[in-house]
Design a protein around this ligand. Structure first.
Ligand code: PSU
Ligand code: MN
Length: 306
């Protein structure tokens, strides 16, 4: 592989792994700073890194610290991201700003993808993707995660798309952008807390080896962009849509009434759903991220072997 971009600070462990062709899995940091409460966020981030190591890959959590995009973080840095109130949520549009001002930034799926690709990492594990918000036909609120998936060559492992988004329209936009949406081991596209969303998965594959071959095929054909690898939450951990759907609807209605929009809306909704569910949603969230880490490590291992 080519040398990483000179503006990135890559840990020695990750640099060494990339240089020798070992599997590396990128992880985002918005989920730590703005997706889960402290200290469970930091504890989960560490456990997820360990799962990736147990799966034979090197974890690389990505964030911006003091204006420097970092590929791989130590324990103290994870703690800072999870507890400091001044960590900005950084999507693609915000990257120049935090770098120029030497600020801290927690990277979303979109900006994590871009930084991972600049470092030479091809597999990225998260919880849930951003997408088309409910009411986007009026607000035009469509996550930059979708645009980025059309541009950047990284496979993103998630548990699908939360039903606080418009799942049908999100799948339509991904189709328009030419992004493969592959659910592993199921015909149904998952909706984060639940194994199905009511929408069929556009594509299905049944193992990490097949997914790795699809990644290789896409990029060898010169098709730019990412792949959505959807991994349904394990059955024992899921919260049926019938249960969580009403809480999500309440949270969305509250956000509407309060006039919360833009980058603030996803963190607001996630926080409210944790409160409304009495912590159940957080338990499921942690379980599905760990499940994604296991699959991501397996995909990175298979891809490194091709
Ligand atoms: N969905 C979740 N948990 C999250 C996010 C989305 O279930 O933490 C975060 C991810 O970082 C995602 C971002 O990239 O929210 C999308 O934000 P926006 O819609 O503002 O692009
Ligand atoms: Mn948005």
């Amino acid at each position: 592989m080519t040398a990483p971009h000179p503006m990135l600070a890559v840990t020695e462990e990750v640099r060494e792994a990339l240089a020798s062709g070992k599997p590396v899995v990128a992880l985002e940091s918005t989920i730590i700073s703005h997706g889960m409460p402290y200290p469970k966020n930091v504890q989960t981030a560490r456990e997820v890194e360990q799962i990736i190591r147990d799966g034979g890959a090197v974890p690389a959590t990505i964030a911006v610290l003091h204006g420097v995009p970092r590929i791989g973080l130590d324990d103290a840095e994870l703690d800072l991201l999870g507890s400091d109130e001044h960590v900005r949520k950084v999507s693609i549009r915000d990257l120049p700003y935090v770098v120029a001002r030497s600020e801290h930034g927690a990277t979303t799926v979109a900006s994590t993808m871009r930084l991972a690709a600049l470092a030479g990492i091809r597999v990225f594990v998260t919880g849930g993707l951003g997408g088309v918000h409910r009411g986007a036909e009026r607000s035009m609120d469509i996550s930059a995660d979708l645009t980025e998936l059309s541009l950047t060559n990284v496979a993103v492992v998630s548990a699908g798309v939360k039903s606080l988004l418009d799942i049908g329209r999100t799948l339509e936009v991904l189709e328009t952008l030419g992004v493969p949406v592959i659910t592993v081991g199921s015909d149904d596209f998952p909706s984060f807390y639940s194994r199905s969303s009511g929408f069929g998965s556009p594509l299905r594959m049944d193992g990490a080896d097949e997914v790795a071959r699809a990644m290789k095929a896409k990029w060898e054909l010169g098709l730019a962009g990412g792949l959505v690898i959807a991994n349904p939450i394990p059955e024992a951990e899921e919260i049926p849509e019938a249960e969580i759907g009403a809480l999500i609807a309440t949270a969305v209605a509250e956000a509407d009434a309060k006039g919360i929009t833009g980058a603030a809306i996803t963190p607001y909704l996630l926080g409210r759903i944790v409160e409304l569910s009495g912590g159940e949603s957080l338990r499921a969230n942690i379980a599905l991220v760990k499940n994604n880490a296991r699959l991501g490590a397996a995909i990175a291992t298979e891809f490194a072997g091709l």
